[in-house]
Design a protein around this ligand. Structure first.
Ligand SMILES: Nc1ncnc2c1ncn2[C@@H]1O[C@H](COP(=O)(O)OP(=O)(O)OP(=O)(O)O)[C@@H](O)[C@H]1O
Ligand SMILES: [Mg+2]
Length: 245
């Protein structure tokens, strides 16, 4: 579904993404985990075709590059920062994004209602976004991401600033989407919740520290929480680096 071949992004001399090699199969929830500045958003922006790699190549859906126009309608992107119109209602935003994505689906309104029901936004459907709480805004953003039935949904910290019980709901929706065949790439700083991913990579300084299923990673670091595995992976690499100096 997504193949990264030696993908590198340099900003001046700074290497934000460093020769990444990844093959993400379809229909999975794939977690991209790493500290601030690890290169997660930069990588996602390259996959979205918003910026170009300095070197290396990205292949999507077996045959496309990120800037191919055929790719746009197949991807749904929920950015890290708030990206929704505060002056429009929840429904108006969803329909607006549907049109942006060239959704010619005559049943777009029906699809919008289905999503509103799934994300439990019925009561907020006609409310102006500026009057919603932070958590509700994140929900509405997720809804706008799904209107054009994307094959791949890219979620950059969708649960940032979301309370624990709503975070559980978010993961329930992600799992529902994956069950229906949608591929999901997600970043989060709530590492423990990423245990619900099918596969994860730990990224730091633009490089992959570890990858695998959450279970395999927890087993290999002999811990019962993915966050502990993540911290240990970072500490181990830090030690390796010190010894190499
Ligand atoms: N347009 C840019 N110009 C220069 N440097 C950039 C640019 N975009 C990102 N960077 C740098 O690249 C590095 C990776 O940034 P990125 O936003 O990808 O990190 P991230 O893993 O998403 O972090 P966070 O968890 O804080 O969102 C950072 O050091 C950042 O300052
Ligand atoms: Mg980021």
């Amino acid at each position: 579904m997504l193949i990264l071949n030696q993908v590198t992004k340099q900003f001046g001399k700074f290497m934000a993404v460093d020769h990444l090699e990844l093959n993400i199969p379809e229909g999975l929830i794939f977690g991209l985990l790493g500290p601030n500045g690890a290169g997660k958003t930069t990588l996602l922006r390259m996959v979205m075709g918003l910026i170009r790699p300095t070197s290396g190549s990205i292949t999507l859906f077996d045959r496309y590059t990120p800037t191919d126009s055929a790719v746009r309608e197949k991807i749904g992107y929920m950015p890290q920062q708030q990206a929704i119109y505060p002056g429009l209602s929840v429904l108006e935003n969803i329909l607006f994004f549907g049109r942006l994505y060239n959704s010619r689906d005559k049943k777009m309104k029906q699809r919008a209602d289905e999503i509103i029901e799934m994300i439990e936004l019925s009561k907020q459907r006609d409310k102006q976004v500026s009057n919603l709480s932070g958590g509700m805004i994140r929900r509405a953003m997720l809804a706008t991401t799904l209107i054009h039935r994307p094959l791949l949904v890219i979620l950059d910290e969708p649960t940032a600033g979301v309370d624990p019980s709503l975070r559980i709901k978010f993961w329930h929706w992600f799992q529902e989407l994956a069950r229906a065949g949608t591929s999901i790439i997600i970043t989060t700083h709530h590492i423990s919740e990423a245990v619900r991913c099918d596969q994860v990579v730990f990224l730091r300084e633009g490089k992959i520290l570890e990858k695998g299923t959450p279970d395999a990673l927890m087993k290999s670091y002999q811990v019962s929480d993915l966050e502990e595995a993540f911290v240990k992976a970072i500490e181990e690499k830090e030690r390796d680096r010190e010894m190499a100096v």
